[in-house]
Design a protein around this ligand. Structure first.
Ligand SMILES: Nc1ncnc2c1ncn2[C@@H]1O[C@H](COP(=O)(O)OP(=O)(O)OP(=O)(O)O)[C@@H](O)[C@H]1O
Length: 573
């Protein structure tokens, strides 16, 4: 995304806050007009002291007090509305980003580290809102001050005005030269911060593995390198950013001195009064101040621009395709793969021309060496990835025509890594059916065998669980996950290596629960332990993405092919 595109999108985004923008602008204009009017009054007061009665001076002083009071009021208004824009925009952006993230395809998460995404949510949006807050108010009052100061200056003395106005392009040239140089470092800084967040998040969640493999030193080294990159980008961006203000200040101070000298010369020629010189110098100061202030907030604006680019890049991404419109709930659960081809990389197919017919109610086991494509097959069924060619039918309906919500609701999924959400045990069980009554929840837990251990917690079903909850064993987590699916009662089940990391007792419990769950349903079981799938109606043997053998246990053993070898390798080792 080019800088112009980011700017355009930013303006389009800001347009929704047009009312607040207008109010902030109105307050800015009024407060600046009053601030610009004040020097004129001060000049008049100075002249009145020497040439007019005391009462006139007093009256002018009263005006000045009112002018400054109103100025403060409008200044407050401008800050209030700018704040409103800044906080509303960060709230809206976070909402849009969250919605977008939940609509992006799974493949997006394969390539984007979680920590980097969190950094976009937290840091980048904060930078945008800070940039708006400072930038907007400074820009609005700055531009208005410049315009009004010019008008008043010309009104006082056009010769001196020309000197002041001619200095403006120099200030601009100096500021934009520095800005251009620093922009690239601000972008690097935002990216480095995202990467560092991503790495930290991974390291903290994988601390056990890091320690087990003595990877601490190496991880520490990588972290230090990333931290150093962030430090260097930060220092460079701040170095260039902080040059802007003093450089422009130098130009404006020089002009100020020049104007003073010109004023003194004109006063000697009686072409200007002392009061007018005093007013003019105040205007010259007012005129140059916004340039310095604007370059001062450039650093924040640039950070905001770099962050906006990172946010808009995601907001512009193509969402998960959901062409399906048919309202459909499978009542039987038959599945058909017809000439399906798929590759994670569009140019490198993993699966070629897969054909498969699973009648409703069958128990299908998917076996094969690691990396054979077992998970991929179920990923396609759930439409986590789009197939390149062919069709997948559920109860005769092409899943392309079903909405993804409908499709995924018809599946009950139990994965190897059970995911628990923040909330009570009750909430976790009812996740797929929030309207379930307590009776239904308890009945499902009794059926799965989870009720026994839930009951033992002091707070029973109200026990609060956390995402990384260590209160529960892996068997208990699996039982909760199975209870969740039992409650949903879907027509089709996907059970992914659900018992592979459990002790024998827990495995028995979970197997019983699974048998119960599978009754009368079409089920896909991905199992490494072939002993658990001997009774499957159909076993699909996969290799390099292809289904190379199909049949039940007896048929495949008789064949003495890949399944036979796999089976014997497990039972003879
Ligand atoms: N998100 C992904 N992006 C790119 N390639 C992937 C992705 N997921 C899996 N693969 C590749 O696709 C192939 C099949 O992977 P898959 O996870 O389906 O195998 P699997 O049989 O389930 O393996 P395992 O038994 O180890 O879980 C592997 O070569 C794997 O490297």
């Amino acid at each position: 995304m080019s800088g112009k595109q980011v700017m355009k999108q930013l303006l389009r985004f800001l347009f929704q806050f047009k009312l607040y923008l207008l109010l902030a602008l109105a307050c800015a204009i009024l407060s600046v007009a009053l601030n610009v009017y004040a020097p004129l009054l001060i000049g008049d007061i100075l002249d009145a002291i020497t040439s007019k009665p005391l009462s006139t001076t007093f009256q002018l002083l009263c005006y000045l007090v009112v002018v400054y009071l109103l100025y403060s009021l409008f200044q407050w208004g401008m800050m209030y509305f700018s704040n409103k824009i800044a906080f509303s925009s960060s709230c809206v952006l976070r909402k849009q980003l969250y919605e977008k993230l939940s609509h992006l395809p799974i493949s997006f998460y394969d390539t984007n580290p979680r920590g980097d995404l969190i950094s976009r949510f937290v840091n980048d949006i904060d930078y945008i809102s800070d940039g708006f807050l400072q930038g907007l108010s400074t820009m609005m009052s700055g531009v208005t001050t410049i315009v009004l100061a010019i008008v008043f200056m010309i009104n006082i003395n056009w010769i001196m005005s020309i000197i002041v106005i001619l200095s403006a392009p120099f200030t601009y040239i100096v500021a934009s030269f520095i800005t251009k140089r620093s922009q690239q470092y601000f972008r690097k800084n935002a990216n480095a911060l995202g990467s560092l967040n991503g790495f930290s998040e991974e390291m903290l969640s994988g601390m056990k593995t890091i320690k087990a493999y003595h990877y601490e030193e190496s991880a520490n080294h990588t972290f230090q390198e990333m931290n150093q990159t962030l430090y260097e980008a930060g220092v460079k961006s701040q170095f260039y950013g902080s040059l802007a203000n003093p450089s422009t200040r130098f130009v404006t101070n020089f002009t100020y001195a020049l104007t003073g000298a010109a004023g003194a010369f004109l006063a000697l020629q009686s072409m200007i009064t002392i009061g007018n010189i005093s007013s003019f110098l105040m205007y010259a100061n007012l005129f140059s101040k916004p340039f310095t202030e604007i370059t001062g907030v450039m650093t924040q604006l640039q950070t905001a621009m770099a962050s906006a680019r990172r946010i808009f890049t995601i907001l512009d991404m193509e969402e998960e395709r959901d062409s399906g419109t048919t309202f459909f709930t499978p009542t039987k659960g038959s599945i058909e793969f017809s000439h399906v081809s798929f590759g994670y990389d569009k140019h490198k197919l993993l699966m070629k021309d897969i054909n498969l017919c699973i009648p409703a109610g069958e128990k299908v086991a998917i076996v094969g060496k690691t990396g054979a494509g077992k998970t991929t097959l179920v990923n396609l069924l759930l439409r986590f990835y789009e197939i390149n060619q062919g069709h997948i039918y559920v109860d005769g309906v092409d899943i392309e025509q079903m909405s993804k919500d409908d499709l995924r609701r018809s599946f009950g999924v139990v994965l190897q890594d059970t995911y628990l959400f923040e909330g009570t045990i009750r909430d976790n069980i009812a996740y797929g059916k929030p309207e379930a009554s307590d009776e239904e929840i308890i009945a499902a837990a009794k059926k799965s065998g989870a009720h026994e251990f839930i009951r033992r917690f002091t707070q029973g079903y109200d026990t609060v669980l956390h995402t990384n909850s260590n209160h529960l064993s892996s068997g208990q987590k699996q039982l909760l996950s199975l209870t969740r699916v039992l409650l949903m009662n879907p027509k089709i089940l996907i059970l992914d290596e659900a018992t592979s990391n459990m002790d024998t007792m827990s495995e028995q419990h979970v197997n019983q629960a699974m048998e119960l769950l599978m009754e009368g349903k079409t089920s896909f079981v991905i199992a490494h332990r072939l002993s658990t799938i001997l009774d499957a109606d159909k076993i699909l043997v996969m290799e390099h993405g292809d289904i190379i053998e199909t049949g039940n246990h007896e048929e495949l053993m008789k064949k003495q092919g890949a399944y036979y070898t796999l089976f014997n390798s497990q039972f003879t080792s």
